[in-house]
Design a protein around this ligand. Sequence first.
Ligand SMILES: [Zn+2]
Length: 158
Amino acid sequence: MKLKIIVVSAVLLSVIGIPRWNQMGIAAEPATERQLLSGKVVSLAEVFERLDAPMDKDAAPYWLALETKEGRRYPLLKDAGARMFFKDKSLLNQTVEITGRFLKGTEVLQVFSVRTIRAGKRMEPYYWCDICKIKRFEPNLCDCCRAPLEFREDPATK
Ligand SMILES: [Zn+2]
């Protein structure tokens, strides 16, 4: 009888799939489709201010969104993919293309890659140490020589 239950459970698990568990012990949901979106990254604090819903000042720096031409605003997950927007204000309020995905059940956008547009050309923005030839995707001091990384854009190959 016990064996039967185990066999049935094993069959069921193989059908419904075994959940993947992350470090927090929370079952990971299957990823949603990768998307290419165009728009401008804006401060949601400023948007909310105009909507007569000012947010706490300490929270404001963490609320950025991609605003599309259609006027939709998708909050950005602040992780390595979107960090350049949170650390470099010069990237806000200009046309960008973002490849990313929506986190299931939300309109939160996880950023995989960023392209800026210069004179109609798609560019890859990055931060560079010319001494160490190190490329990063957020403004920082160089991991190696501690000099400030320099912002650069190269024509995007993809
Ligand atoms: Zn360096």
